[in-house]
Design a protein around this ligand. Structure first.
Ligand code: NAP
Ligand code: MG
Length: 475
């Protein structure tokens, strides 16, 4: 795909207010460190123009019958599906994810989510009767969507598709590291035949375009995915303006392996869950909890499982783990690995040095720590890299206490010989999603966090509800 030296506003590609050469974002391939494209860095004025475009399109789109909105979203799904391989190649080039993972997750998941909202828009009950009242679900208005780089197309679709299904119009500010798949998405919107201004794309820096969008008086709801630090700021700004926000923030999820579980399967799936996408997954099960009796066996199984993740060129079909997204992210992750060693955790695989044969590219060694205790930094903070911490528990009460002992609560897993035992344990966990005995990701299930992991839910009908407000008429 050829990068656009332009923003997508009012149904057209338009030059940013300043020439791209002055303020361009350089997009780099994390495997080669080379600049692969330049895109405009929008100013506050550009954001203002985009919000105006979205506001001008709002009443027409809000009044479009839901089935017609659903038909346009179905066309968007088809436009994305037709470019599935291009989506995958683009995400591999700008994020560094292995090509097979880019195909099956970075491309296929958002295509499925877009398809789900084509159906939901058509079938959802936007109107109901309650006693002597009629209750309407109306679009909340202009949505400012701010997304990160780790699942770049999924995070865009998980906001834009429900917002459009609800009858809202959108201004999207994608992450500076992954603007190319966002431009491809805008091309797909264009091909799908939405009215001009219903969707607008401003590439730019968080500190400029992101700030301008989050604080704009013409935006009715900000939906943000990213770090807890930025989410807290956006929540404070919205609170002061009495506006709703949706926040999808970080995680430090627990993978609780109960004594009756199939240990070898639980460890293998647990390691795969952490290493996928080079560990850059907010819902990753980065803390593995194992009972004292089987602890050493689990550590050995984890070390053996992680040995199969040999960092390599993400464009090579055989590669299972690529680099992390940027030099800054590599510094952050290797800093945490060094901190784990300093705090006395036992390094059983990996480390903070560059992997062998990977002098170029932002690679990190797949790393496993044992003897991690709950108060250690590597047990508390989100690392966002290929790093697993294995903790020991005494009994089920201890396991539940440790699992809940972080500020986060986004996801998690429970493994037990008996499904009902796992379900009973799941009730004790303060977290938004729990995978029972390896249950797979469901793109229709509500996704979102307890505690500092966020506010609100994405995906399925719960995700649609974030973009609706309620009016009741009494008769
Ligand atoms: P981030 O700074 O929170 O970025 C997320 C999005 O917000 C990006 O589009 C970013 O723009 C934008 N942004 C940054 N500062 C902003 C501001 N003041 N106002 C409005 N928007 C702003 O996250 P990051 O720097 O990409 O990653 C930092 C850490 O956040 C990661 O290491 C990880 O721990 C966590 N994270 C979590 C998730 C998740 O899914 N929960 C996703 C990504 C990162 P720029 O791209 O220009 O910064
Ligand atoms: Mg940032």
């Amino acid at each position: 795909m050829q990068a656009h030296d332009a923003l997508y506003l009012s149904g057209m590609w338009r030059a940013a207010r300043r020439p791209a050469t002055a303020d361009a974002i350089e997009v780099r391939n994390p495997a080669t460190e080379e600049v692969i494209a330049r895109v405009p860095a929008a100013t506050a004025e550009d954001v203002d123009a985009a919000v105006s475009a979205a506001r001008a399109a709002l009443s027409g789109w809000a009044e479009t019958p839901p089935a017609e909105r659903g038909a346009r979203i179905a066309a968007l799904r088809d436009a994305l599906a037709a470019r599935r391989d291009e989506i995958a190649a683009t995400v591999t080039a700008e994020l560094g994810a292995p090509l097979s993972f880019s195909q099956t997750v970075h491309a296929d998941l958002p295509i499925a989510v877009a398809g789900s909202y084509a159906t939901i828009a058509t079938e959802y009950a936007f109107e109901e009767r309650v006693g002597n009242s009629r209750v309407w679900q109306e679009p909340i208005g202009v949505v400012g969507a701010i997304t990160p780089w780790n699942y770049p197309l999924h995070q865009i679709v998980a906001k834009v598709a429900p917002a459009l299904a609800a009858g809202c119009t959108v201004v999207l500010k994608p992450a500076e590291n992954t603007p190319l798949v966002a431009q491809l998405f805008a091309e797909a919107v264009d091909a799908a035949g939405f009215p001009a201004g219903v969707f607008n794309l401003v590439t730019g820096y968080g500190s400029v375009a992101g700030e301008a969008l989050a604080g704009h008086s013409g935006v009715d709801l900000v939906s943000f995915t990213g770090s807890t630090a930025v989410g807290r700021r956006i929540g404070a700004t919205a609170g002061a303006a009495v506006k709703p926000v949706a926040l999808e923030l970080g995680g430090k999820s627990a993978n609780v392996i109960l004594p009756s579980a199939d240990l070898s399967k639980a460890v293998k799936v647990g390691v795969a869950n952490v290493m996928a996408n080079s560990g850059q997954t907010c819902s990753a099960w980065t803390r593995m909890l194992v009972d004292a009796d089987r602890y050493e066996e689990a550590v050995e199984l984890a070390a053996a499982a992680v040995a199969k993740y040999v960092p390599g060129d993400p464009a090579d079909a055989a590669t299972r783990i690529g680099p992390v997204v940027s030099a800054a992210q590599r510094e952050r992750v290797t800093g945490y690995i060094a901190e784990g060693v300093r705090e006395g955790a036992r390094l059983v695989a990996g480390g903070d040095q560059a992997p062998e044969g990977c002098e170029r590219g932002w690679y990190v060694r797949p790393t496993v720590f044992a003897d991690v205790t709950p108060e250690m930094t590597i047990a508390q903070e989100e690392i966002f890299g290929p790093v697993l911490s294995i903790l020991k528990y005494d009994d089920a009460d201890d396991a539940a206490r440790i699992a809940n002992d972080t500020v986060y609560g986004l996801s998690g897993a429970v493994w037990a010989g008996d499904e009902e035992e796992a379900v009973a344990f799941a009730r004790r966990l303060e977290t938004g999603q729990i995978h029972v005995n390896g249950g797979r990701f469901n793109p229709l299930a509500p996704f979102g966090g307890y505690k500092h992991s966020g506010v609100g839910r994405e995906l399925g009908t719960h995700g649609l509800a974030e973009y609706l407000q309620t009016k009741s008429l009494q008769f």
